[in-house]
Write a protein that binds this ligand. Structure first.
Ligand SMILES: [Zn+2]
Ligand SMILES: [Zn+2]
Length: 483
C-alpha cells in the first residue's frame, strides 16, 4: 500500500482506528507519510502521536522530532524532546534534535545533551559527533566544537567536514584549510560538502588563486563532481574581488545550468562595486529568462531593492505586483535568543512578545545612548518611499535589535549575548551592535545565514567584510520588513 495524499492517509487512519488489529504496520506507514512527506501534515502527525496507547514510543517520537527539526519551526522539536527526555524512560538524543539546537541557537539544551551522551559512557557514534560539532560551531562555541573533534576516536569524512565548515564560518579560514590538509595526510577522501567548506574558506578570505586552484583540482585530484554550490563559491570569489567580467564569463562557461541565485549573486556584486551598467544588463537578462520557481523570490526581492536604491519606485511597484501575481512571498526575518534555556523569537516590528513594552522602552534608551556616542541610523538601508523619521523608526525595530534589547534586560551581566538570525543583517544593525559592544562593554555574537559576527569593544570579527560576504549565493536575502 502506497500513500500519496493526505486524504488517503486520513481515510486509512480512520479505518485503522476502527480495526486496529488488521495490520499494525499500517499505522507506521500512515504516520511516516503525515510526518515526513512534503504533502503530509505535521498537526495531523502530532494528533496520531498523541493518540498512541504507549506513552513513549521511540520510533514514533524520533520520527516526529525529525519532522519538526526539518520544519520551519524547529523549536517544536526541542520542546517535544525535552518533555520526553525528562520523564522516567528518557529518549536518547539523536542528530535530529542536535540539528534543531544548532538551527535555533539552543546552546544550553545542546550542552545538556552533550553531557547526557558523555554520561552514558558508551562512546559516541560518528553521526552524533558530527552533530555535536555542528551544534557547537553554529551556537558560536568553536572551541567546544574543536574539543569534540579532537576527542573523537574514529572520524569519518562527515566529522572532518563539519569541523572544516565550522572553522570557515567563524572566519578561521587558515585553520580550516590546515585541517583539510591534515585530512589528506590521514588519507580520507573529501566529498561534495567538504569541498564546499574549503571553497567557502577561500571565499571568506578573498583567496582568489587558492580558490581557483582547488576548483580546478576538484574532479581530477579530489574526485568530486562540481555542484552548483561549488560554482557559486567561485562566482562569489571572483565577484567579491571585483573581477565582474571574469565572474560573468565563468557563469556562461558552466556545464550545468546556472540557477537564479547565481545570477542574483553577480547582480548584487555589481551593485556593491558600483557597476550600474552591468546591473541593468544582467537584470534584463534575468527578466528575460524563465523565472517561475519559488526559489526566484530572492531575485525579485533583489530587483526591487536595486530599483528602490535608485529611487525608481514605479519599477519597484511593478516587481511587487509580479511577485503577488506569482504568489511569491519573501521569507520573513526573525532573530532568536536563548535566555536560561528558553528560546525567544522576534520578528521585525512585532509587539506580541509578553515583555514588548519594556523591550521597546529599553531599545529607545539604547538608541539615545548610542547616538550620544556617535551612532547615526543608516537611513539608506530602508528601501521604502517614506520619510526619514519613519525610516529611523523602522530600522530601530529590526528583529536582531529587539533580541539584543531583550538580551540586555534578561541575560546575566557579563555573559555573551548570542543571537541567531535567519537572514542577513543590514548595515545599520551591524553598526548598532558594534556601538553596543563598546558603549555597554558587552560581547555580542550574531550568526546570520552565512557566518558569525563577534562584536567586541566596538569592532566586529568579520572586519566589516559582511557586505561582500553577503554575496554568498544562497544567503543573500536581506531583512527588509516590506518590499
Ligand atoms: Zn537591520
Ligand atoms: Zn560583522
Amino acid at each position: 500500500m502506497e500513500i500519496t495524499t493526505m486524504a488517503q492517509a486520513t481515510q486509512l487512519h480512520a479505518q485503522f482506528l476502527k480495526y486496529p488489529q488488521t495490520d499494525p504496520q499500517n499505522l507506521s506507514k500512515i504516520f511516516n507519510f503525515t510526518a515526513l512527506s512534503p504533502s503530509g501534515n505535521l498537526t495531523y502527525a502530532r494528533h496520531i502521536l498523541n493518540s498512541l496507547q504507549t506513552p513513549t514510543n521511540s520510533y514514533f517520537h524520533n520520527t516526529m522530532i525529525r519532522a519538526y527539526s526539518d520544519s520551519p519551526d524547529p523549536i517544536q522539536s526541542i520542546s517535544l524532546f525535552l518533555t520526553l527526555h525528562n520523564c522516567e524512560d528518557p529518549l536518547s538524543p539523536t542528530p535530529d534534535i542536535l540539528r534543531a539546537c544548532a538551527d535555533t541557537g539552543a546552546l544550553s539544551v545542546g550542552i545538556k545533551l552533550n553531557e547526557y551522551v558523555n554520561g552514558k559512557g558508551t562512546g559516541l557514534k560518528k553521526n552524533v559527533v558530527t552533530a555535536l560539532i555542528d551544534m557547537y560551531s553554529k551556537c558560536g562555541c568553536i572551541d567546544s566544537a574543536m574539543r569534540i573533534f579532537n576527542e573523537a576516536v574514529n572520524k569519518d569524512v562527515y566529522v572532518w567536514t563539519a569541523m572544516i565548515a565550522g572553522l570557515a564560518s567563524h572566519g578561521l579560514c587558515r585553520e580550516a584549510i590546515a585541517l583539510f590538509d591534515r585530512m589528506e595526510i590521514v588519507d580520507l577522501k573529501p566529498d561534495e560538502k567538504t569541498m564546499t567548506a574549503v571553497l567557502s574558506a577561500c571565499r571568506n578570505m578573498g583567496w582568489v588563486d587558492k580558490g581557483l586552484t582547488y576548483f580546478k583540482n576538484i574532479k581530477k585530484v579530489y574526485n568530486v563532481r562540481p555542484t552548483v554550490q561549488h560554482y557559486g563559491c567561485i562566482v562569489d570569489l571572483l565577484a567579491r574581488a571585483g573581477r565582474l567580467e571574469d565572474a560573468q564569463e565563468f557563469i556562461k562557461s558552466m556545464p550545468i545550468e546556472p540557477d537564479a541565485v547565481l545570477w542574483r549573486s553577480l547582480i548584487w556584486a555589481c551593485k556593491v562595486h558600483g557597476d550600474t551598467q552591468r546591473v541593468e544588463h544582467l537584470i534584463k537578462h534575468v527578466e528575460g529568462s524563465k523565472m517561475d520557481s519559488t526559489d526566484d523570490c530572492g531575485t525579485y526581492v533583489l530587483l526591487g531593492n536595486v530599483y528602490a536604491s535608485k529611487g525608481k519606485w514605479k519599477n519597484k511597484a511593478k516587481v511587487r505586483r509580479l511577485m503577488n501575481q506569482k504568489g511569491l512571498v519573501k521569507p520573513s526575518g526573525h532573530s532568536r535568543i536563548e535566555i536560561d534555556g528558553v528560546i525567544y523569537e522576534f520578528m521585525a516590528g512585532s509587539t506580541c512578545h509578553f515583555e514588548a513594552e519594556s523591550i521597546y522602552k529599553k531599545l529607545d534608551e539604547i538608541e539615545e545612548e548610542l547616538r550620544g556616542n556617535g551612532y547615526y541610523p543608516k537611513l539608506s538601508e530602508v528601501l521604502l518611499e517614506i520619510d526619514d523619521e519613519e525610516k529611523a523608526s523602522q530600522l530601530l525595530h529590526h528583529s536582531e535589535k529587539l533580541a539584543v534589547s531583550f538580551g540586555l534586560i534578561k541575560a546575566k551581566p557579563g555573559t555573551i549575548i548570542r543571537i541567531v538570525k535567519n537572514l542577513r543583517s543590514c548595515e545599520d544593525c551591524h553598526s548598532f551592535m558594534k556601538y553596543i559592544s563598546s558603549v555597554y562593554q558587552r560581547e555580542i555574537l550574531i550568526r546570520d545565514r552565512i557566518r558569525f559576527h563577534h562584536f567586541r569593544n566596538g569592532e566586529c570579527s568579520c572586519g566589516d567584510y559582511w557586505q561582500y560576504v553577503s554575496l554568498w549565493v544562497y544567503f543573500d536575502l536581506m531583512d527588509v520588513p516590506e518590499m
